[in-house]
Design a protein around this ligand. Sequence first.
Ligand code: CA
Length: 228
Amino acid sequence: MQVMVVEDDAKIAQFLERGLEAEGHAVTVAVSAEDARRWYSALGPQLELVLLDLGLPGEDGIDLLRSLRAGGFAAPIIVVTARDDVRDKVTGLDAGANDYITKPFAFDELLARIRAVRRSAGQPAQTELVVGDLRLDLLTKVAQRGGRQIELAPREWVLLELFMRHPRQVLSRSQILSNVWSYSFEPGSNIVDVYIGYLRRKINLPGVVPLIQTVRGAGYRLLPPSAA
Ligand code: CA
């Protein structure tokens, strides 16, 4: 599932990101309401869950919540905040949150709440990503192209999953870096290009147009085989 964590506290954001990734989710971190809007328009309908802090620099989380709902965003939003006053909870739920959890919280409780809001939203658990003849089985962690199994290292898997969740979309190096490496590398690092190279060698077929295209000055994108 594609999750957006809106959280300005880097430690909490990293805690959520690592925990959710370990559960097999793709996580995008936004550090402000403005950042969240940018990601929201980039991710579009792929975005399946938002975890929203309320105390953000600049625009408050409640205003972001209201504007997401006013803009038609229908996927679950869980408020994750230090504000434990009943009035804040009522305001958050009335503004369109599906649930409200106060810090500090146990990660297991958050996971249970995520399962609960997804059940009530009627979202089936996604078990497979398919782009053309590329398939990722999210449960068994098996990658295939054209029926041939591909062995991927953990980072290569996360990188390919990111591309497959955003087919045709240009992903910048910094978007890829923050999704796959969680800012643990310097922005100037060439780690993204190195791993794109590894991935290309594994998923490309001889004599066929490569699936991951370089978009000069912008980043990379995954084109379905039919479009490549
Ligand atoms: Ca905060």
